[in-house]
Design a protein around this ligand. Structure first.
Ligand code: HEM
Length: 404
């Protein structure tokens, strides 16, 4: 039986687990997750001071019990000021409010606007022989869309993109010195983002518009307006949560088309398969490898003794590749069904991604437009894609395609 011995600390949030310390392992974590699912599906890592959980069923059980497994405070969002760090019962009040603003129906209203942004971004590259699918499209798109939804002026969005990428881009820190440097840059960018949001909030208090910030200013929780700190916190969360994640989804979806040209062909023959392509990409190349929880009381969990306060890494990417759940889990299948076992790319349970309908819509529009505008998805010969060198995030940093 495993016993946790070290005191709760945050080391596990920046020190990668030993199996994922090299760039190579982070770019190709699949055999590692397979080995861990088989040999140590639940383990206590003394060095990082955390549990690691690798199998779908265990992760599902953890995420379905938010009272036993609370969210962890986050370096960016502190403790309990945003939905992602809130626990029941407060979480539900905020989540119900946000849910109304993020329904698939609300998102569909944005379809034309998102399409325009995608086409504009592609047009911006028209004089070049190549388009970097990450830098030119997948990075700016989600930020421009969320800035639009929040109601932040168009002229601020480039600055917002730079700051968000600095503040919320995944850390590639591998040493304490790296981390110290990262913390300074992170705090500076976060501070500037807060100023932009505070200005926007002030402006919208005077002059409300039909945008998300105005709606959140107006919204009531328990008959009262949201405290300013929660308003800013949740706006920051919306800015942060959907960027690198959606960028990763788009870059990985294009990567699949390069790796498996028969998928491209199928999508060209039948564009109604695009949503399936997006879902299977989410499973196969999960944009978020892991999310964190904290044990709230001593308990036995599948033969292990979890102690109150122990942190847990639930490895979503590994859950999504679990052979016990998905037949031929190592294969990319457009006809895979998720009715019985939803993939976990967006998490599971009460914190299931608020922005899932938006991320899906953005990715689907991107693939539709790309297939319409590009007669062939073709990499620039003799170039290589670069993967994001983070333990948490999975996607590409650059992927250069021939521009038509
Ligand atoms: C929560 C992934 C896009 C907003 C989550 C969680 C995951 C996730 C795994 C669960 C976190 C946890 O349980 O601790 C993704 C992926 C995305 C994506 C893979 C893109 C492919 C977005 C977008 C937005 C967004 C576009 C907003 C505009 C949120 C919010 C939460 C969340 C607010 C917290 C929900 C809660 O705690 O109730 N996301 N996300 N996400 N996501 Fe996303």
């Amino acid at each position: 039986m495993n016993q946790s011995k070290t005191k709760y600390n945050f080391k596990f949030r920046w020190l990668p687990m030993k199996e994922l310390r090299s760039n190579e392992s982070r770019s190709n974590p699949f055999p590692i997750f397979k080995m861990l699912r088989e040999n140590s599906p639940i383990r206590w890592d003394e060095e990082r001071g955390t549990w690691d959980v690798f199998r779908y069923k265990d992760i599902y059980n953890i995420l379905q019990q938010p009272m036993l497994f609370n969210s962890l405070p986050s370096p960016a969002f502190g403790d309990g000021t945003t939905v992602v760090t809130m626990n029941p019962p407060q979480h539900k009040k905020y989540r119900d409010l946000l849910n109304k603003l993020f329904t698939p129906r609300e998102m569909r209203k944005l379809e034309g606007r998102i399409r325009d942004i995608v086409v504009d971004l592609i047009h911006e590259t028209k004089d070049k022989d190549e388009i970097d699918i990450v830098k030119d499209l997948a990075e700016p798109l989600p930020l421009y869309v969320i800035a639009d939804i929040l109601g932040i002026p168009v002229e601020k969005r480039k600055t917002l993109k730079e700051l968000s990428m600095t503040a919320f881009g995944s850390s590639e820190s591998a040493t304490e010195e790296d981390l110290a440097q990262f913390r300074i840059v992170f705090a500076e960018a976060l501070g500037q983002l807060r100023i932009i949001l505070e200005e926007a909030i002030e402006e919208k208090r005077r002059n409300p518009q039909n945008d998300l910030i105005s709606k959140l200013i107006d919204a009531e929780i328990d008959g009262k307006r949201m405290p300013e700190e929660h308003l800013i916190g949740n706006c920051l969360l919306l800015l942060a949560a959907g960027n690198e994640t959606t960028t990763n989804l788009i870059s990985s979806g294009v990567r699949v088309l390069i790796e498996q040209p028969n998928i491209e062909e199928q999508l060209r023959n039948d564009s109604s398969l695009i949503p399936k392509h997006v879902e299977e990409t989410l499973r196969y190349y999960s944009p978020v490898k892991t999310i964190f929880r904290k044990v709230t009381e001593d308990m036995e969990f599948n033969g292990h003794h979890f102690k109150k306060g122990d942190p847990i890494n639930t490895w979503l990417m590994s859950a999504n590749l679990d052979e016990e759940i998905y037949e031929d889990a190592h294969l990319f299948k457009l006809d895979r069904k998720f009715t019985k076992h939803p993939h976990m790319a967006f998490g599971n349970g009460i914190h299931f991604c608020l922005g899932a309908p938006l991320a899906r819509l953005e990715a689907q529009i991107v693939f539709k437009v790309l297939l319409d505008m590009f007669p062939k998805i073709e990499m620039i010969p003799e170039t290589e894609w670069q993967t994001v060198a983070s333990e948490i995030s999975f996607g590409l940093k650059t992927l250069r395609l021939r521009n038509f």
